[in-house]
Design a protein around this ligand. Structure first.
Ligand SMILES: C[S@@+](CC[C@H](N)C(=O)[O-])C[C@H]1O[C@@H](n2cnc3c(N)ncnc32)[C@H](O)[C@@H]1O
Length: 303
């Protein structure tokens, strides 16, 4: 059995199926990970057959659920591969199986790869996005939305200059969704909440790993779902991207990795990284913002 000092801020070498059971219950605030792709990269790091993927993943997910705090989040970056000319359904089956295991499928973020390789296949176009599935253990979970706000953009200058009567009162949804917006609330604001599509380029720098995700990806979820000093776990940490992001943001990390070569790459990265003090902002409870209206502001009707 590990004690705190044995597992915190370390890359633990080995198979996460063996190592996760040694971590304490309800000990981590966020799990963000990109598991091995089904079959695809068998020569690079033992892939799992698409038909076996759900059975392989479920015991791991059960352990992830055990080690995650009740208010924690689990972000799974995954994309179904094409098998025999059609998309395999293992990711969809996994979502259903995880719900049966007791996870809430709270949200799905899309990572849009801004710089995906050009290409064309007879029956599809190039792959330019992956899923980032967000699972939680309960409806009330830790989320610090202010930490990922983005500049309002130029449209707000013209849109907010001349407010109509409707803009000045709360405009409830016409489809009775319970959502509404009051555009006047946004006058004078410089930051808005983002949507659930993350536009990030794939990692171009040579990380000595064929499937590294860009550091912006774990960083974004770490900012959204944790506070400084919280603990972030990546059970398939590869070249250590999640650890680097956690350290930069003043969070603790725990990584697990099977491949000794990648552990070496991760160790070198971790030794080189420093905390970025300007990123260590502790979020207050959500302030004045009328969060329910934001989604509708993202696609404003101009004029
Ligand atoms: C998609 S890669 C993760 C890449 C990582 N996000 C990065 O940025 O470098 C998946 C990693 O999981 C590792 N892996 C595969 N099976 C594993 C297992 N059972 N336990 C721990 N690590 C495993 C592989 O060696 C590989 O490095």
């Amino acid at each position: 059995m590990f004690y705190a000092a044995d597992w915190l801020d370390k890359i633990l070498p080995g198979d996460c199926r063996d190592i996760l059971p040694t971590l304490p219950e309800a000990s981590v605030d966020l799990i963000v990970t990109s598991p091995p792709y089904a079959d695809q990269r068998q020569h690079t790091y033992g892939g799992v057959r698409p038909d076996d993927y759900v059975d392989w993943f479920l015991p791991i997910a059960a352990e992830l659920k055990r080690v995650l705090k009740p208010e924690g989040s689990f972000v799974l970056n995954i994309k179904e591969r094409v098998v025999d000319g059609e998309r395999h359904t293992y990711v969809l089956e996994l979502i259903v199986a995880l719900r049966k295991q007791g996870w809430l499928w709270t949200e799905e973020y899309i990572w849009h790869k801004r710089n995906s390789y050009p290409g064309k296949w007879p029956n599809r176009f190039r792959d330019a996005w992956e899923r980032c599935l967000h699972f939680t253990k309960q409806k009330n979970f830790a989320m610090y939305q202010d930490a990922v706000r983005v500049p309002m953009g130029d449209w707000s200058q013209s849109r907010l200059r001349n407010l109509s009567d409707t803009d000045k009162r709360r405009d409830n949804s016409r489809v009775q969704s319970g959502f509404g917006k009051k555009i006047e609330n946004w006058v004078g604001r410089e930051l808005a909440y983002p949507d659930n599509v993350l536009h990030m380029a794939t990692e171009c720098a040579n990380r000595n790993h064929s499937a590294a995700f860009p550091i912006e990806l774990p960083s974004w979820f770490i900012k959204l779902f944790t506070q400084p000093n919280d603990i972030v776990l990546d059970p398939f940490i590869g070249s250590g991207t999640t650890a680097e992001a956690a350290i930069q943001l003043g969070r603790h990390y725990v990584g697990i990795e099977l491949d000794a070569g990648y552990i070496q790459v991760a160790a070198e990265r971790i030794n080189a990284v420093t905390v970025q003090p300007q990123l260590l902002v502790v979020q207050e409870e959500s302030e004045l913002y009328d969060i329910v209206g934001v989604g509708e502001l993202d696609t404003p009707k101009l004029g």
